[in-house]
Design a protein around this ligand. Structure first.
Ligand SMILES: Cc1ncc(COP(=O)(O)O)c(C=O)c1O
Length: 388
């Protein structure tokens, strides 16, 4: 927790305004993270993944610092534009787009799009006609599959195609008159292995070569996100990722290193945010001596902690009693839905003196929380965010 967040929470409590769970986000941390990315990968353009946290203050800060933006929808494109980013600094990075949204994006000036199949390229070519935009002005990159090994939040097989197919997809896009620009991949979110980019870069290099033999000169590799934030376990620093990526680029592209892009989300905002929540109930399911306690918080899976699904993301939870003896607990959210349990398979140690009304601090909560909160499930309002 930063001093600024600590002071902010203290004042809020003194004023008696500490009702409900809240996420407090410190912009100074985002500023430091952007600077660290820019230093660790100096020849790479940063496209912040807006989905991680689209708070206008975050987008404005990053736009001022020179960041570009990876967006998943027209709404996110509009947020990035409103924050001051020009259209040439925005990509439409979702491989699954409605054709009318591609038309809207083109009319807003967006010219950089992700695809992972031929029909998505066809959509973009048709949308270009509808929006009266020259196809040659539109850059497309093809996303390839990654197995996500080493990531706590792998992105599965939903996005991307096998590398061999990417060559055909890019050739097809080229034939439609689009600018076949490059290749993208995502090594899985919260990726602890700094070497995870190596295999995907080997595939990207092979795609570049195969496209070249078909007369198509690719020039860009989008290295995606995956840069971790610190939860309970320590993670390597961003400079280690920069070094490993540069080594892999040199290994696979020699002295013809392409233009590169990164799309950090979690690594940009995760450690900037902290959730203050409250203990609603502490109880047991039987009177047996060894029965674990159930600790129910006023925040759960539907209140913003969706990434505890399958207990994938294990947040650091601090309390004012952490100097006391700890014992294992099940932690659950407040709703009447039985899946609203955060940690049960692997019990979570909490102080024995923790009781109803105590505050808990959930660290590393700046990414993928506020926008995952349900609007009014069980009548609970979505997680509030305060940016300081
Ligand atoms: C296309 C794309 N880029 C970037 C990101 C951000 O990833 P991360 O938060 O792991 O940095 C995501 C996350 O889902 C994504 O889908």
């Amino acid at each position: 927790m930063t001093d600024r967040i600590r002071d902010f929470l203290r004042v809020r409590r003194d004023l008696g305004q500490d009702e409900g769970p809240v996420m407090v986000l410190d912009l100074d941390v985002v500023r430091d993270n952007y600077t660290a990315f820019a230093r660790a990968l100096p020849d790479t353009r940063v496209f912040y993944a807006v989905k991680a946290n689209p708070a206008p203050e975050v987008l404005r800060l990053l736009a001022e610092m020179g960041s570009c933006f990876d967006t998943a929808s027209v709404a996110e494109i509009e947020m990035a534009l409103a924050a001051g980013a020009s259209p040439d600094r925005i990509s439409f990075g979702n491989t699954i787009k409605k054709e009318r949204d591609v038309v809207r994006a083109l009319k807003l000036g967006i010219r950089l799009f992700a695809i992972d199949c031929e029909v998505e390229a066809d959509k973009i070519a048709r949308a270009a006609q509808a929006a009266a935009v020259e196809t040659a002005e539109i850059q497309v990159f093809c996303r390839i599959l990654c197995d996500g090994a080493g990531a706590d939040w792998p992105l599965s097989r939903k996005f991307g195609c096998v590398p061999e197919m990417a060559v055909d997809v890019l050739e097809h896009a080229h034939r439609q008159g689009l600018h076949a620009y490059g290749v993208s991949f995502h090594v899985g979110s919260q990726q602890a292995n700094t070497e995870a980019w190596d295999g995907a870069l080997a595939s990207a290099s092979a795609i570049f070569q195969d496209c070249a033999t078909r007369g198509i000169g690719l020039s860009m590799v989008n290295l995606g996100g995956g840069f971790p934030t610190k939860y309970l376990k320590a993670v390597p620093g961003v400079e280690s990722y920069g070094d490993a990526i540069f080594r892999a680029l040199t290994k696979h592209f020699g002295n013809r290193i392409p233009e590169t892009i990164i799309e950090p989300g979690r690594g940009m905002v995760g450690n900037a945010g902290l959730i203050e929540a409250e203990v609603v109930l502490v109880s047991k399911k039987s009177q047996a001596e060894d029965e674990v306690r159930w600790v129910y918080l006023d925040i759960g899976k539907f209140g913003g902690l969706a990434e505890t699904m399958d207990e994938s993301i294990r947040y650091a939870i601090r309390t004012e009693h952490d100097a006391d003896r700890m014992s294992p607990c099940v932690i659950a959210g407040p709703t009447c839905d039985s899946v609203d349990v955060l940690y049960e398979k692997q019990h979570y140690p909490l102080p024995v003196s923790l009781s109803i009304g105590d505050k808990v601090l959930i660290e590393g909560a700046g990414a993928y929380t506020t926008t995952y909160a349900a609007v009014a499930f069980n009548g609970f309002p979505p997680l509030r965010q305060i940016v300081i």
